[in-house]
Design a binder for this molecule. Structure first.
Ligand code: GDP
Ligand code: MG
Length: 619
């Protein structure tokens, strides 16, 4: 909302502009007034809308046309004053003042106008008959009011309407010609309805209405008031109330009613609470709250955010099959201005037999977005109304920024839950197959995936020493010119070659030597397509020798050409190396690490030996 309001009064001489201002300020009619009142500022706390308000007078006798132009362009709302007993001053409203103001303001950002008929104490009849046709002709006229500076009639109302015209304009909400809300307003209210309909049954029940009321207006609705609201709707339409709750139709009807009764500030309060700005777009501050991410830190969703996303999943998984059908997914993203997930998402995360995203897959995709593009994640959470439903300050409350990875390495421990593995390999060496295997898909299944629906990412959960972690696999395009920072600074590197293709190993050696030989990032060599006959690699050293020379673990045989789902062992190894990089620095290169990682018993044996030494040393 605006920080202040500037009201300008214009009109023919002697209609009472200066008297109106003086009457407002002194609460009595001044017998003698100057040509022009000084600009006055009413402090925020004494105005009804709690914003500082400047009131500016105009006098033809004291001001030039240039000065008038300047004031018009500075004003947020303009009151055109006429005198109800002076026909000429009414004529001038349309013949002079409205055209003059319109010439000086943009067509798209017209200032709202208020027609003010002063000196109502002097006449018996009202000027409304003459004024209403003018109002119908000029939609920029927000409202009209008859008042008297002498009787102090409608003076404070006049300034309140002026303030309201600026702070809660009807223009974006309502079309007076059609007598209905504008499409953008309906769209916004539909989203608000959907977000507030927590159980997604298409009806706001008493609980949901109370929550809505509390979020928007900070006070619960008395049970009787709730009934009254529903009764008003019932009286006006047949399907506005259903099962004692408000339907979307009823909800929209209520807002139309508010606006038609001049209570559009109610609708504005609702819209603003749900993040909308004066143009009925979601506010940038709402969608993209400030979130600082220092270098070498990653972004993850915190526990509260996962709980919220779980509730969203449950809300839309109507058949409770723990997966989102295309219709359910469409329903979920109905509150978005666009469909955020394309068909590639189905090949980035786990799906069920029908190819629908499962609960696990859904959570994985959110985790991926948070990790790769936290701004986008904040935006998405904004559409879902995260900060409103969870009563948080902003969408940023959903994010954990992890500590600097260098500190993790130094302290040899990490609180992180998401780890990134980049996969390098010559074209056709089996990278995509490797990614898809992580989602439990064998070669047969992979052949059904359309080329345009393929993904360069795969994310899934995996257990590392009993703790659930997310492992994010990223296939690096083989023909790269330069590697981005993200591609260089992952948690573990996979170098993958095709054992049946003699030319494929050399690619891995090149990438390794150029980028990772001297880095601290653990590397693992994957001998892919191990179901095929092995060819001799055209490289000076054999893969086994190369790994030994460079102190990296020996090549790991891998195949996704399996009858059942491919084995997960290799991914456990990768995740373990990613979570415990210090171990891999010292131990991974020796085979002892692998024994420990794969066999718990060996780990205990090693520990037991260490304890034995500690115990005997003091003697
Ligand atoms: P301005 O030129 O538009 O600023 O008009 P003024 O405030 O100077 O008022 C012009 C004359 O109209 C003065 O003599 C005022 O006393 C008188 N006047 C202003 N408001 C009213 C009103 O509400 N009723 C009556 N009867 N006279 C008014
Ligand atoms: Mg004056």
């Amino acid at each position: 909302m605006r920080k202040d309001v500037r009201i300008l009064l214009v009109g023919e001489p002697k209609v009472g502009k200066t008297s109106l201002i003086m009457s407002l300020v002194s609460e009595e009619f001044p017998d003698v007034v100057p040509y022009r009142a000084e600009e006055i500022t009413i402090p925020a706390d004494v105005t009804p809308e709690r914003v500082p308000t400047h009131i500016v007078d105009y006098s033809e006798a004291e001001q030039t046309d240039e000065q008038l132009d300047q004031e018009i362009s500075k004003a947020n709302v303009i009151c055109i004053v006429y005198s109800v007993n002076n026909k000429k001053s009414i004529e001038k409203v349309t013949s002079h003042w409205i055209p003059l103001i319109n010439e000086r303001t943009d067509k798209d950002s017209r200032v709202p106008l208020i027609l003010v008929g002063n000196k109502s104490d002097l006449v018996e009849h009202s000027s409304m008959e003459t004024i209403l046709p003018i109002m119908n002709q000029h939609t920029e006229i927000e409202t009209c009011v008859e008042c008297s500076a002498k009787n102090l009639k409608n003076i404070s109302e006049l300034f309140y309407y002026a303030q309201k015209a600026v702070l809660h304009p009807t223009g974006p909400l309502y079309c007076p010609e059609q007598k209905e809300m504008k499409p953008a307003c309906i769209r916004a209210l539909m989203r608000i309805f959907k977000v507030s309909d927590l159980d997604n049954d298409g009806i706001l029940n008493d609980n949901e209405l109370n929550f809505f009321q509390r979020t928007c207006f900070n006070t619960p609705l008395a049970p009787q008031a709730l009934e009254d609201v529903k009764n008003v709707v019932r009286k006006n339409m047949t399907d506005g109330v259903c099962d004692n709750g408000l339907t979307l139709k009823g909800f929209l009807f209520l807002h139309t009613l508010f606006i038609q009764r001049g209570r559009h500030e109610t609708t504005w309060t609702v819209l603003r609470r749900f993040g909308y700005d004066d143009d009925l777009e979601l506010h940038q501050d709402y969608l993209f709250p400030l979130l600082k991410i220092p270098p070498d830190c990653t972004t993850e969703l915190n526990h509260n955010a996962y709980l919220f996303l779980q509730s969203v999943f449950d809300k839309y998984d109507k058949d409770r099959d723990c997966a989102l059908s295309p219709e359910e997914l469409k329903d979920l993203f109905d509150v978005f201005p666009y469909m955020p997930w394309g068909p590639d998402v189905n090949n980035t995360v786990c799906t069920n037999e029908q190819g629908w995203i499962t609960y696990q897959g859904y959570m994985s995709q959110w985790t991926l977005t948070t990790y790769l593009d936290v701004q986008r994640c904040l935006e998405y959470l904004g559409y879902l109304g995260y900060s409103i439903i969870t009563e948080q300050e902003s969408q940023a409350a959903s994010i954990t920024v992890t500590r600097d990875k260098k500190v993790d390495l130094q302290k040899k421990q990490t609180q992180r839950c998401v780890f990134r593995c980049n996969i390098f390999g010559a074209s056709g060496s089996g990278k995509t197959g490797f990614l898809q295997s992580f989602l439990g898909r064998n070669l047969m299944h992979q052949r059904t995936i359309k080329e345009e629906h393929k993904s360069y990412y795969a994310i899934n959960t995996i257990y590392v020493y009993g703790q659930e972690k997310y492992l994010l696999l990223h296939e690096v395009f083989s023909d790269f010119d330069v590697l981005s920072d993200a591609e260089l600074s992952c948690d573990v590197v996979c170098l993958l070659y095709d054992i049946s293709n003699p030319g494929s190993f050399e690619y891995c050696t090149k990438v390794f030597k150029q980028y990772f030989m001297d880095s601290k990032i653990p590397c693992l060599m994957i001998a892919a397509k191990s179901d095929l006959p092995e060819a001799r690699q055209q490289y000076a050293a054999s893969p086994m020798e190369f790994c030994r020379q460079h102190r990296i673990p020996p090549p790991q045989a891998f195949t996704c050409n399996t009858a059942a789902t491919p084995s997960k062992d290799i991914f456990v190894k990768l995740a373990t190396m990613a979570v415990y990089p210090h171990m891999s620095q010292a131990d991974v290169k020796s085979s002892a690490f692998w024994l420990r990682a794969s066999m718990g018993a060996t780990l205990f044996a090693v520990l037991g030996f260490a304890m034995y030494r500690v115990v005997i040393r003091p003697r």
